[in-house]
Design a protein around this ligand. Structure first.
Ligand SMILES: [Zn+2]
Length: 177
């Protein structure tokens, strides 16, 4: 739908009446996509918040990444431009907003959002603790080369995040962030 509207727009003479109509249609699609995303984020963060007082997430340092590109555009080197592209992807996908909403909703209800470092989360065996890239030879499946523990890779990632989060809690570290 969106592509169709954009193609229609590109065929029109710029600033003609038909061009304006086509442009309005493209903008409508953009607004619709934005609304769907907003609804999803609100629902998802509310649902998670109602079911869990403590939520652990993998810390991708979204705040740091977004802040690092705030400087003058002319000063940005190639690395920074790449980062800027990455930021755009992350922000487009709504993870940044997802985390922000979850954070304040949990805080509002006296809960906690715990962030854990992302290192080795997807490569660590939740059964024996063995860390190896070889544990993830397939994208969707986790198979421990040490103890043969096998499970869905996303589930393993979630188990490891929770495990790390519990450790953070036990150590009594700052859990407000
Ligand atoms: Zn194992």
């Amino acid at each position: 739908m969106r592509r169709k509207a954009q193609q229609a727009l590109s065929r029109k003479t710029k600033f003609s009446n038909n061009w304006k109509k086509a442009k309005a249609r493209v903008q409508l699609h953009h607004a619709h996509i934005g609304n769907v995303r907003k609804d999803f984020l609100l629902q998802a963060t509310t649902t998670i918040n109602q079911n869990r007082v403590i939520v652990c997430i993998k810390d991708l340092k979204l705040w740091a990444m977004s802040k690092s590109v705030a400087g003058d555009a002319e000063q940005l080197g190639r690395h920074e431009r790449a980062k800027s592209g990455l930021n755009k992807v992350i922000l487009d996908q709504g993870w940044f907003e997802f985390r922000r909403q979850l954070d304040y909703k949990l805080a509002w209800r006296g809960g906690h959002l715990i962030t854990v470092p992302p290192h080795h989360i997807s490569q660590t065996c939740p059964a024996c603790g063995h860390v190896s890239k070889l544990n993830r030879q397939m994208q969707a499946r986790f198979c421990c080369v040490e103890c043969s523990f096998e499970e869905n890779a996303d589930l393993v990632g979630a188990m490891n995040v929770l495990h790390h989060g519990e450790a953070v809690l036990e150590q009594g570290q700052d859990i407000a962030s």
